[in-house]
Design a protein around this ligand. Structure first.
Ligand SMILES: [Ca+2]
Ligand SMILES: [Ca+2]
Length: 268
């Protein structure tokens, strides 16, 4: 166990100024709808140049709807890439989906930290089940994950693949949406609700609660992690966010990084 002294800190006061959002745009790709028999495109593609995409389908002899929207917006100093959508169908046979048939490309003009918030659910055999509707892959960029939901992204391009679907996955071959269906390995999923957000922020080592300030609240979180020390130790927050230099421990080197941010108070 180690102890951290509060005495080295000076407290600065400043008016609340939210950080400028990270530069991020959707630069190519498309979303489209499909239904049984395979895949029957029923709505035209929508370009991502409008920063919004959508697709869906109804009919095909089974009755169902699907829609998806992928948007880029800013809120509280973060740039948020959000996928929302829903899908269901009323007949056991067939599927209804909105999905990326060409991966949407996210272009980052500067480095960013990211966090993923995923509240997506579907009913598998009538049991509500959480699932991940999006695959984030690097193209020219680089992903440095701290955990399954947090990490850093280098400037560059990234591919987003996703599906919003209701399906009978054991019955059909699914081609482009197969990766989405196959994670359930089930004969029925419906009532899908997708709510997935990738939040991008300018790197701000020390802001452990993402409020764009590095202050005493963050210091309290830092002390907890510092006293645990090892990122793999029990009790360490998921992703070890206080390990600012990514060496697997929260120690004096991280403390030195924290002090610099603490004295600046406001995230860049
Ligand atoms: Ca903070
Ligand atoms: Ca460290």
């Amino acid at each position: 166990m180690k102890a951290v002294s509060l005495g080295v800190f000076s407290v600065l006061f400043a008016s609340r100024v939210l950080a400028a959002p990270v530069g991020a745009t959707l630069t190519s790709g498309s979303v489209t709808g499909a239904s049984f028999p395979e895949p029957l495109v029923q709505q035209s593609k929508v370009s991502t140049t409008s920063k919004r995409s959508g697709g869906g389908s109804t009919g095909g002899g089974f009755g169902g709807t699907a829609s998806a929207s992928l948007d880029v917006g800013t809120s509280g100093g973060a740039t948020n890439v959000s996928l929302t959508g829903s899908a269901t169908h009323t007949n056991e046979f067939g599927y209804t989906a909105a999905y990326t048939d060409a991966a949407v490309v996210l272009t980052l003009t500067e480095a960013a930290t990211y966090s993923i918030t995923n509240l997506s659910t579907t009913k598998v055999n009538n049991v509500s089940t959480a699932f991940n509707p999006v695959t984030l892959e690097s193209a020219t960029g680089f992903i440095n994950p701290f955990s399954a939901t947090r990490g850093e992204l280098a400037p560059g391009t990234y591919r987003l693949r996703f599906g919003v679907a209701a399906a009978q996955p054991s019955t059909f071959s699914f081609s482009l949406v197969s990766t989405w269906y196959n994670q359930f390995n089930s004969t029925g999923c419906k009532d899908t609700s997708v709510n997935w957000t990738l939040s991008l922020r300018k790197p701000c080592h020390g802001d452990l609660n993402f409020d764009t300030f590095v202050d005493d609240a963050d210091f309290q979180s830092f002390v907890v992690a510092y006293n645990i020390l090892g990122c793999a130790q029990p009790g360490m927050p998921q992703g070890c966010p206080a390990d600012f230099n990514n060496d697997g421990v929260v120690d004096d080197f991280d403390f030195q990084i924290f002090v610099v941010s603490y004295n600046q108070l406001i995230c860049p």
